[in-house]
Every structure is written in structure tokens, then in C-alpha cells.
Design a binder for this molecule. Structure first.
Ligand code: NDP
Ligand code: HSE
Length: 440
């Protein structure tokens, strides 16, 4: 049988890994796919670099439209990134009847509904295993392996850059800026690294996982997004003393809100008990914990970013498409796991209604009555204290830190209490608030 012809758009970090792994393991991959898979054309703005990487093994062009419009190409791999030209190229490839593989979570989290609908109408596949958690086959696990389950929640460390930054800051005492630079050099960070550090990238991935886990449309605009830029190293240290680790978590959870079923979709720094396996996921590694009603908890761990780990997922999609290309489109696994006409309109909960426990840290004047005022405010807000830590003031200092861990509380009540605390003359500056999850 003739090999499947693939056109690759963008031969940067992931594109290079894809090209190299596909060549290195081509015989193994052919035996698995039942057909050879050949990258016949590569488009990249930098044709000199693309030619060096491909070494005459395929055609190199600067214009990605040549690939998308070439009738010889069966599958287009989009590895350019962003939602500008990438969106136009993906939609054009679909319109031309080509299957698409992409690692572009930004594109799918914002325009996924349109893209999946177009693919459905045309009878082609859009595969995106690499878009969530790099090399970890979490899409496959959620969409197929766990298909018997009613998923209760998914919580993951799904951004390698921020996990790398938090780990290096904690273990080596390095500063934020220099670790971010390292992450960029290692190819983990997005073209715009604010997507990583402000939690946007993790929210793109959480949005896709929520859609697949709960059978809802992709709704990135409803996700709550908070990154790690406001985290202070003292909070990382206090959390350790209290038996917790701080991780940037992407969480999608089925809950009851005002008597109706709803979904929480949120990304924020989170205190997790240090004894949990996921709390010990370090560096650029990712991990996703899924709670299903039948299977219980399952944990998926691996490299969430980088050239070849991500290529591993891209190529898995190529093999899947090669195997399924001749199957009746009705019998393929739906893009978002549920049949398109059986999606749910279950609502996303506004962040103010979300219930979690909280870590609160406040800098206070070391004088009588301070603690009483703070605990009174918490009691007025019906916020129950789980644990408290007061640091000794340093020599000659008249200020200290108080750390309070609360029981489960609604976000809006905590925000109201924080506002009142911050108005006390004895509370100095802003109160730090970090959410907590037990993940059990
Ligand atoms: P890179 O920036 O390394 O690669 C993108 C490539 O696309 C560059 O070579 C760029 O050329 C080229 N390019 C840009 N515009 C065009 C265009 N109009 N036509 C043809 N080529 C173009 O990105 P990554 O490989 O890191 O990421 C690719 C995608 O994979 C993104 O969506 C990213 O979010 C996703 N991803 C990345 C992971 C990673 O670890 N890096 C992991 C998982 C997903 P030039 O450099 O000349 O601009
Ligand atoms: N910038 C992303 C990360 C790449 O750091 O996780 C993988 O999606």
C-alpha cells in the first residue's frame, strides 16, 4: 500500500521532533499503522533551517498554503501555533478534505467548536493528543480508556514551564526570571511565555479536558485563570512547613451549584498535601489525576513539553488517523468523546460560587487584639479555621506573618472577609490567598 502523505506546517521545536522521530522509528511505525507514513512536504518561514533539518528527505516550502492546497497531501500537521494563520490553515485543510493533527491548544480552546463542526461536516478527523500534557496520552485515556465512567473531576499539572519554575525556585532558591529564561531555552515555553506564567496555557488544556470529560462544548471564555506571577517564595516555604506543596493546577470538576449540576473550570496556584503523588511531580513533568465513578482515581504522568515528548503524541495521532482513515466517519471516536448531537449544556460555575479551602497569609502589627479581630471577621463570614500558624517576629521587628488555613468556604465569602481584614489598621498590605485541594 502507498504510504500516507503528510504535510507539516512549522518545523520548530515540536515539528523538528516529529520529523526526526518519524524517520528514526519509521519501520516500527509502519508495522503499527499498517502503512508507511511519509512527511512529503514541510512549510516553514525559515526555509534554510527547515532544509537543514530535513536534509533533502522532503520538499521544503515557505508558503504553508502550498501544503494545504496540495491534492497529494492526506494529513496536515499544524505546528505553527497561535490562532491567526493557524486557524485559517486548519479550516482550509479541512475544507480540502484533509485530516488534521495539531498540538495547538490555544487554537482548539478558543475555536474548537467551529473547527470540530467543520471536520464533522466534512467527514475528516482533527486529532490533538499533543495539545494537552505533551507526551502523556491523556486525551486517549479520557476519551477512550475511561469511556465507561462518569468522570467526577480532572485535576492536573498541565504546564511544564510553570512547574519547572516552581520546582527550581523551591529547590535551588533561583529567581523567577532566570528560571523562566531556562524554560524558554529548553523549548518548554510558549512563543508568548505570559501564556505559561499567567495560567492561560493551562486553562486552554483544562478547557479541552473539561469538554471531553463532561461532554460540553469548549468554553475557554468561562474558565477562571490565575497564574504564578504573584506567588511569593515565602508562601512556597510556609506551605512546606504546613505539609503542602504549591502547584499550578488545572481543575475541571462536576459539582452541585444552587441545586443544579454544574462544572467548575479553573486554573490557579493550589496547595496540595505534600504526601499526594501529584504533589511530587517536579520540573517540566506533567501529571493528570482523573476521578471516575467506576475506576476511582487514575494518575497519568510524563513529559508535558519539549520536542520529542510532544512529537510522540503527534505521531500517535498520525498512526490513529492512518488506521481509521478508511473507517466510516460515523464509527470513529467523536472529537470530544460524546456524539456531537449528545452534548450537554451543563453550565460553568462562576468563580465567586466555587467552594474550596484557603491558605490566607497576612502581615500584621505584633500587638494585642490583632488575632481576635481577624478571627472575628472570619467567624462573621461563617468561615471555619482549620489550622493557624503565627511566626515569631524577627529580632527588633514589630511585624509578623499570620497564616490561616480554612475549611471549605465559598470564594465570595473569603473575598469579602479579605476585604474587611485589609481595612484593619493592624493588617499591613494585601492578604495573600491561595486555594487548597485535598485531591482525594
Ligand atoms: P516553535 O515556535 O518552535 O515552532 C513554530 C514554527 O512555525 C517555527 O519554525 C516558525 O518559523 C514556523 N512558522 C511560523 N509562522 C509560520 C507560517 N505562517 N508558515 C509556516 N511556518 C510558520 O513552536 P513549538 O514547536 O514550540 O510549538 C508548536 C505548537 O505546538 C504550538 O501550538 C504550541 O503551543 C504547541 N506545543 C508545544 C509544545 C512544546 O513543548 N514546545 C508542547 C505541546 C504543544 P519561525 O521560527 O521562522 O517563526
Ligand atoms: N508551554 C507549554 C508548557 C508547552 O510549558 O507546558 C506544552 O504544552
Amino acid at each position: 500500500m502507498k504510504p500516507v502523505k503528510v504535510g507539516l506546517l512549522g518545523i520548530g521545536t515540536v515539528g523538528t521532533g516529529t520529523f526526526n522521530v518519524l524517520h528514526r522509528n519509521q519501520e516500527e511505525i509502519r508495522r503499527r499503522a499498517g502503512r508507511g507514513i511519509e512527511i512529503a512536504m514541510v512549510a516553514d518561514l525559515n526555509t534554510t533551517r527547515a532544509t537543514e533539518i530535513t536534509q533533502g528527505r522532503c520538499r521544503v516550502v515557505a508558503d504553508a498554503w502550498q501544503v494545504v492546497n496540495d491534492p497529494e497531501i492526506d494529513i496536515v500537521i499544524e505546528l505553527i501555533g497561535g490562532y491567526g494563520i493557524a486557524k485559517e490553515l486548519v479550516l482550509a485543510a479541512i475544507a480540502n478534505g484533509k485530516h488534521v493533527v495539531t498540538a495547538n491548544k490555544a487554537l482548539l480552546a478558543t475555536h474548537g467548536n467551529e473547527i470540530f463542526r467543520a471536520a464533522q461536516d466534512k467527514g475528516v478527523m482533527v486529532a490533538f493528543e499533543a495539545a494537552v500534557a505533551g507526551g502523556i496520552p491523556i486525551i486517549k485515556a479520557l476519551r477512550e480508556g475511561l469511556t465507561a465512567n462518569r468522570i467526577q473531576w480532572v485535576a492536573g499539572i498541565i504546564n511544564g514551564t510553570t512547574n519547572f519554575i516552581l520546582s527550581e525556585m523551591r529547590d535551588k532558591g533561583l529567581d523567577f526570571g532566570s528560571v523562566l529564561k531556562q524554560a524558554q531555552e529548553l523549548g518548554y515555553a510558549e512563543a508568548d511565555p505570559t501564556f505559561d506564567i499567567e495560567g492561560v496555557d493551562a486553562a486552554h488544556k483544562a478547557t479541552l479536558m473539561a469538554a471531553i470529560a463532561f461532554g460540553i462544548p469548549v468554553q475557554f471564555d468561562k474558565a477562571y485563570v490565575e497564574g504564578i506571577t504573584r506567588l511569593q517564595s515565602c508562601d512556597i516555604a510556609f506551605a512546606e512547613q504546613l505539609g503542602y506543596r504549591i502547584k499550578l493546577l488545572g481543575i475541571a470538576k462536576r459539582v452541585q451549584n444552587q441545586g443544579a449540576e454544574a462544572i467548575e473550570l479553573r486554573v490557579h496556584p493550589t496547595l496540595i498535601p505534600a504526601k499526594r503523588l501529584i504533589a511530587n511531580v517536579e520540573g517540566a513533568m506533567n501529571a493528570v489525576l482523573v476521578q471516575g465513578d467506576a475506576v476511582g482515581a487514575t494518575l497519568y504522568y510524563g513529559k508535558g513539553a519539549g520536542s520529542e515528548p510532544t512529537a510522540s503524541a503527534v505521531i500517535a495521532d498520525l498512526v490513529d488517523i492512518t488506521r481509521l482513515a478508511t473507517a466510516d466517519p460515523e464509527h470513529r471516536v467523536p472529537h470530544l468523546a460524546f456524539q456531537p448531537d449528545a452534548m450537554s449544556d451543563i453550565q460553568i460555575v462562576p468563580m465567586s460560587e466555587v467552594c474550596t479551602s484557603y491558605y490566607l497569609r497576612m502581615r500584621v502589627k505584633d500587638q494585642p487584639g490583632v488575632l481576635a479581630d481577624i478571627t472575628r471577621i472570619l467567624a462573621d463570614g461563617d468561615i471555619s479555621i482549620d489550622a493557624m500558624l503565627q511566626k515569631e517576629p524577627g529580632d527588633g521587628e514589630s511585624q509578623t506573618d499570620i497564616i490561616i488555613l480554612t475549611h471549605l468556604t465559598r470564594e465570595k465569602h473569603v473575598l469579602a472577609a479579605i476585604e474587611r481584614m485589609q481595612s484593619l489598621p493592624t493588617v499591613l498590605g494585601a492578604v495573600t490567598r491561595i486555594r487548597m485541594e485535598e485531591l482525594n
